[in-house]
Design a protein around this ligand. Sequence first.
Ligand code: HEM
Length: 472
Amino acid sequence: MPLAVPSVPGAVPVLGHTRMLSRKPMDFLSSLTSGPDLVKIRLGPHPVVIICNPDLTQQMLSDSRTFDKGGPLVDLVAPLVGEGLATCPLSKHKPARQLFQPIFNRGMAAAHANRFPSAVAKVTAGWRDGLVLDMPVEARRLTIQVAVDTLFADVFSEQEVDQIADDLTSWQVGAAQRMSRPPVFDLLPTPTNRRFDVGLKRVRQTVTEAITRHRRSGREKVGVLGALLSPEGERIPWFNTPTLVDHAMTFLIAPTATVSTVLCWIWHELAQRSELQARLQTEVDTVLGGEAPTFEHLPELELTKRIVTEALRLYPSIHFAPLRTVTTDTRLGEYDLPAGTVVAYSPYIIHRRHDLYENPELFDPDRWLGAKLPMPSRHAFIPFGHGTRQCIAGEYAFNEAVLTVAAIASHWRLESVAGTPLPTRGSVNLTPRGLRLQVSRRISFDETTDAGQPHGTEGGRQRPTQSKAWLI
Ligand code: HEM
């Protein structure tokens, strides 16, 4: 006899559980770690079933035919990324995945990894001793620079990169609001709504122009645009200009929104734990000896890798993913799910279960001593999802985070700023809203040589997003 999926108490009229999920996402999701396998909540008018059990999560993620992309989050991001790789239905997924897969194959890992530190240095070149940084803003600039340098073969100018970073930030702030209020408010002419609309239009326009430019240029076609404009891409029947923009946008927002939040949480934890930060500095000093990190250093950056793994466990960027819709009546565990049911999974819930982890709430990189990183356990560790729709760039993202943390730790110390609270916001990603940290230059190496900084960036770039700290 199938069971009825129990509802989580606390829904309020109109909004349902939306406000709890956006205002206190960690408390809300933590409360579901030891309850029933499936629970039902309401996001505004939409009922959503959340899978809280690791086996059922694997079962759902392994069956992308019965659980296809769809649901309120897919609808929310559709104007930005349309039917890009992360949001397209299964019927359009395989050819697109095959098109982009070679960019992230093992053979490309070293080439990407060796470009990360110079992209990071373009941003940190603007840091000065004692500067207080708005970390979500800074991390976003950093990760967009990395994405552009590694995946877009320099098709964007410096100004365009800054504008894209700003526009994506405006979009994310607006998206967070849209997730936690009735849609009628989206139509009001508020500053956030205006910036959301302008940012969305402008960023898609910027990308459309870059595609046109790249198509006309005689330059070698590599990276994401190279794949889109390749003969294989041209042969995909539904690839028209808006679809190309959907895919390109996906490869701008996906790396930016995710890696940036993981970096923020790592820096937050390091700033709280001076002993751990000192151990990290000892490791990077020993392994790098003042040089910029490269792919070859990765095996030796053991503690750095454990820190990144622990951050991916405790603060998975995609913490709550209402991204699937049931295509045909099915059963999951002891529950019947009719076609049309919206289903969410949550790496956050799985990663904080007491039956899977000892002291799950504790940030303890040493719990991974001796583990096989970056994927220690497919069952209990799912920051990149699982199955055919799993992250295409898991290894890229892991290496990016490791090498960025190493590059920064070898030159900078990050410290908390007294009196700055940390209100977490749950929107599309788990963001440490308002995280401000002070950076100070380390003096363990001859800093007068600016080791690790690429030539030509010593003065640092202008910081257009810095004045918009209030945005996030
Ligand atoms: C820490 C960083 C990252 C995390 C935690 C993360 C997490 C995820 C997760 C959980 C999914 C699966 C979503 C689902 O089940 O529907 C996903 C998919 C995806 N991710 Fe990532 N991601 C990260 C970084 C990146 C980066 C750096 C890129 C691009 C360079 C990227 C591109 C994508 C794409 C294109 C998909 C869709 C894959 C498909 O459906 O075939 N992600 N990511």
